[in-house]
Ligand binder design. Structure first.
Ligand code: ADP
Length: 454
């Protein structure tokens, strides 16, 4: 029999144990509830995160799509710009081709000095206009990363003297003195892109003359360094003027595109604001450097250095005589061009070299003459109504009707110097191209190359 004390003790222990269990159950319940709520919160956070990730992914995808569309629009705009520039330059160069070509032809005639002088001025102005067109072309090529540099031999003092002579006209008109100082150490014969060097100096001296009302413009040329081992020299040029000068804060930005140092400059002096951008790019892309110092109201000095290759006298003489002699060309050439003025200029140049020429105005006419007569070469304009030069060439290369003449050399005659047009020329099966306005030396060299290879 259990004693009362023991019973009481057991009862108390049982009550304590029940209490403790209840307490434990309460704590477990409480903690479970807490865990449940935390879990719920976590679930919510997770859901929110998923929603956010989804939204972000959607945003990124939207942006990507927008970028794709923007890229396509930009590419289409660049292409439209390129096409526009290409056809615009064609329209502008065609009449210029006529003016420059005919002026050259009359200059070759027996005309008196007064007429010769006037013709030289016409040629100078027309060439200046061609330069402006080329400036627009050059800028778009720089933008598209499509600039290339030629390597031709030239006589630097001769180039500078011709430039000096031409620019003296402007200097004289403005009552300015123009000086040219070439250091004796500068090698005469160099190799590089003479056309672009001409553009660089022309632009800098042109600006100096434009922005100077009284005083002088001085062009100096010296030798910065010479390395006999690899025939490399760095030539230094300085163009100093006593003109309006440039404000200190505008000095760096004058090399930016479409920038003029003052908003009144455009109104007073004209200009595109592209010249210095092109100049800087031409110099830097060839490994040179350009800079400027200026005092507002007193004048400016633009300077640049350009690495070039120098040629020994012996080597040069051989090449020069080879270039200058116009031997008669025993060729029969078919010229297809829809512009009568181009036919006239090219026809007369070719006849001077003893070339037998037939002239037609369309690709269709060219094909029908090729069917009947024998020619050594075809000079074919790219853009002709009805049938373009490229289309006519494709027919010559592939149509069985022209089997006998399918390999005849076809040279594109084009006012369009764009890279994509050059590609089009070769893709159509043409063998080369001559740009307009026609450069007689280039035309002669192209034709003589085909005479040799045939
Ligand atoms: P623009 O065709 O307008 O002359 P440039 O790019 O050649 O374009 O020149 C940009 C600007 O730099 C000019 O508009 C002019 O404000 C300034 N500039 C260039 N050369 C000179 C100079 N020799 N003297 C004073 N300002 C100059």
């Amino acid at each position: 029999m259990i004693s009362k004390e023991k019973y009481d003790a057991l009862y108390k222990a049982m009550i304590r144990e029940r209490k403790s269990r209840k307490e434990a159950e309460r704590i477990i319940e409480e903690k479970s509830a807490e865990i449940f709520f935390v879990n719920e919160k976590l679930k919510k956070v997770n859901q929110d995160l998923e929603i956010r990730i989804e939204e972000r992914t959607k945003d990124i995808e939207d942006s990507r799509q927008k970028l794709i569309v923007a890229k396509r629009i930009a590419e289409e705009a660049t292409k439209a710009k390129s096409d526009f520039l290409s056809s615009m330059t064609h329209e502008l160069r065609t009449p210029l081709n006529g003016v420059i070509g005919l002026t050259d032809l009359i200059l070759d005639e027996d005309v008196n000095d007064k007429v010769k002088d006037m013709l030289s001025n016409i040629k100078f102005s027309a060439t200046h206009l061609a330069d402006v067109i080329n400036e627009i072309l050059d800028f778009s090529k720089i933008e598209a990363g499509k600039i290339t540099f030629e390597k031709v031999q030239f006589n630097l003092p001769d180039i500078l003297k011709v430039l000096y002579k031409n620019l003296s006209i402007t200097a004289k008109q403005k009552g300015l003195k123009l000086f040219l100082d070439i250091d004796d150490e500068v090698p005469e014969l160099l190799q590089g892109d003479v056309v672009k060097l001409n553009q660089i100096i022309n632009n800098l001296v042109g600006n100096a003359l434009k922005f100077t009302e009284k005083g002088h413009v001085k062009v100096s040329c010296g030798l910065e360094s010479k390395n006999r081992k690899d025939n490399r020299v760095t030539v230094y040029f300085e163009i100093q003027d006593t003109g309006i000068g440039i404000k200190k804060e505008k000095l760096e930005s004058v090399f930016d595109s479409f920038t003029q140092s003052d908003s009144s400059i455009g109104r007073t002096y004209g200009g595109t604001g592209l010249g210095l951008t092109i100049t800087k790019n031409f110099i830097e892309l060839q490994g040179g450097k350009i800079g400027v110092t200026s005092t507002y109201g007193k004048g400016s000095t633009f300077y640049f250095s350009l690495p070039l290759v120098f040629i020994s006298q012996k080597e040069s003489r051989k090449k020069e005589t080879k270039q200058r002699v116009y031997e008669a060309l025993d060729l029969k050439v078919l010229v297809a061009d829809d512009m009568a003025i181009n036919q006239l200029v090219v026809g007369q140049i070719l006849q001077k070299w003893g070339v037998e020429v037939d002239l037609v105005s369309s690709g269709q006419e060219a094909l029908s003459l090729l069917d009947k007569h024998e020619y050594d070469l075809v000079l074919m304009d790219m853009q002709m109504p009805e049938m373009s030069g490229c289309d006519a060439t494709r027919i010559i290369r592939t149509d069985s009707r022209f089997q006998a003449v399918k390999d005849i050399p076809v040279i594109a005659f084009t006012a369009n110097a764009f890279e994509n047009s050059k590609r089009e020329v070769y893709e159509a099966g043409m063998n080369g191209f001559v740009t307009k306005p026609v450069n007689p030396i280039h035309l002669y060299e192209t034709l003589s190359n085909f005479r040799k290879s045939s």
